[in-house]
Design a protein around this ligand. Structure first.
Ligand SMILES: [Zn+2]
Length: 370
C-alpha cells in the first residue's frame, strides 16, 4: 500500500480567492491526505470550508480551529479516499490534530503539528509531543505514527534563517531528541543539503519582523504603482542576470551577482587604463583583479586604512586631481607640486619622490598629511 501525504503551512486561508486557489492546487497534485497549518479557521467557518473543499474536487475535511488571525490545523482527504478514517484532537487550540487510518490489521496515526513561535512554549510543546507517542503505542497491532507539520524551529541557524540568528532557537535540543526518537527528517533539507532557506518576511510571526513586514507591504504597493522602490531594483537585477523568476536559490542569485559585477568592474578598469585622463587612472594601474586587497587586512586603525583607500582611488587633493577642476582645466603635465615647483604632484610623487613628504614619512606621520 502506498499513501501520498503532504504538509503545508498555508499562512491563513480566510481570503476566499486564496482558499479556492489553494484547494484547487491541492486537488491538482493528486495527494491522498494533506495536513495544513496556520489555517486561521474558526468554528464559524468549518461548515463552509468543508463544503468548498468538496466543491473544488476534494473529499472529507477536518479542522482544529485557532483564532481568525493565528493557529489552526486541518486535514484534507482526496475525493476517492477509501480507507477507514477518523480524527481526534489532543488540544482544542489549533495546534495538534491526529488522523487515524485503519488498513486491514494496521493502524496509522497521522499527527499534524503546528508548533508555537514563542521559545518557551515551543520547548514545552516538543516535550508534550514526545509523550504523545506513548498514548498510541499498541503492541497488539501493526502500528505506525507519522509526525509532520510546521516545527517552527531552525535546525541549522546559518542555513535555515536569513539573516542568521545569533543564538540557537529555544527548543532545538528537544526537537533534535524528537527527530531521533521518531526517526523524523527535514525533507526539504534532504533534497537541498546546502541551500539557504529563503527569508519569508510575510509569514514571519516574530514581533521583530513587524516593521520589516510593513516596509515590504509598502514596497509591493509602490511597485504596483510603478514607482521607484527596492522591489523594482530587485526585478531589474533579475532581468540583468537572466533569471526568469525571483524564486531562485539565495546562493545561485549571490553567485550570479558576484560574477556579473566582477566582469563589469574588470571591464571598467580596462577602459580606464586605455583612457589616461579619467578618474581612477591610478587605481587602474595598481589594481587589475577583483579580490580582497592585502592592505584591508593590515592591523592598522580603521582611519588610517581609509586614508590608504583615499590614495588608491585618488580621493585626495593632490594637484593631479585638483587640476581637473580648474578652469580652464590644467594639463596633466602641468599639475605641479607646490613644494617642488617642477614635478607633477601625483601619487607616485607624494609617496616616493617629494622631499617635503619624505621628511614626514621619516617621522612616521604619513597619514596625517594625505
Ligand atoms: Zn613635491
Amino acid at each position: 500500500m502506498s499513501l501520498k501525504i503532504a504538509s503545508i503551512n498555508v499562512n491563513g486561508l480566510r481570503n476566499n480567492k486564496k482558499r479556492a486557489l489553494v484547494f484547487n492546487w491541492i486537488v491538482s497534485q493528486n495527494i491522498d491526505l494533506v495536513c495544513l497549518q496556520e489555517t486561521h479557521c474558526t468554528h464559524d467557518e468549518t461548515g463552509l470550508w468543508n463544503r468548498e473543499w468538496k466543491e473544488n474536487g476534494g473529499g472529507e475535511s477536518f479542522w482544529n480551529c485557532g483564532t481568525n488571525d493565528s493557529r489552526g490545523v486541518g486535514i484534507l482527504l482526496r475525493k476517492d479516499f477509501t480507507h477507514c478514517f477518523d480524527v481526534s484532537m489532543i488540544d482544542n487550540n489549533g495546534r495538534i490534530q491526529i488522523g487515524e487510518i485503519k488498513i486491514n490489521t494496521a493502524v496509522y496515526h497521522i499527527i499534524n503539528l503546528y508548533t508555537p513561535n514563542n521559545g518557551s512554549d515551543r520547548k514545552h510543546f516538543f516535550e508534550n509531543v514526545k509523550n504523545l507517542n506513548d498514548l498510541y503505542a499498541d503492541d497488539s497491532t501493526d502500528h505506525y505514527n507519522v509526525f509532520l507539520g510546521d516545527f517552527n524551529c531552525a535546525l541549522d541557524r546559518r542555513l535555515d534563517r536569513a539573516p542568521s540568528h545569533q543564538n540557537e532557537d529555544t527548543g532545538l535540543k528537544e526537537l533534535k531528541s524528537l527527530l531521533l526518537k521518531f526517526d523524523l527528517d527535514d525533507i526539504w533539507r534532504s533534497k537541498f543539503p546546502k541551500n539557504r532557506r529563503q527569508p519569508d518576511i510575510e509569514v514571519c510571526n516574530d514581533k521583530k519582523c513587524n516593521l520589516l513586514k510593513s516596509a515590504f507591504t509598502e514596497d509591493k504597493h509602490l511597485y504596483s504603482q510603478k514607482s521607484s522602490c527596492w522591489l523594482q531594483s530587485l526585478y531589474k537585477l533579475k532581468k540583468l542576470l537572466y533569471f526568469d523568476s525571483l524564486q531562485v536559490s539565495y546562493t545561485a542569485f549571490e553567485d550570479s551577482l558576484k560574477t556579473f559585477y566582477k566582469c563589469k568592474i574588470s571591464n571598467q578598469l580596462q577602459h580606464i587604463k586605455s583612457n589616461n585622463t579619467v578618474k581612477l587612472r591610478y587605481y587602474s594601474r595598481i589594481c587589475s583583479s577583483f579580490d580582497l586587497k592585502a592592505y584591508l587586512s593590515f592591523d592598522i586603525p580603521k582611519y588610517e586604512r581609509s586614508l590608504l583607500t583615499k590614495i588608491r582611488i585618488s580621493a585626495h587633493s593632490f594637484a593631479i586631481e585638483t587640476g581637473r577642476y580648474s578652469k580652464p582645466k590644467t594639463l596633466v603635465t602641468e599639475r605641479f607640486c607646490k613644494y617642488c615647483g617642477d614635478q607633477v604632484k601625483d601619487e607616485d610623487h607624494f609617496l616616493l619622490y617629494c622631499p617635503l613628504h619624505t621628511k614626514t614619512f621619516e617621522k612616521g606621520l604619513i597619514f596625517s598629511k594625505i
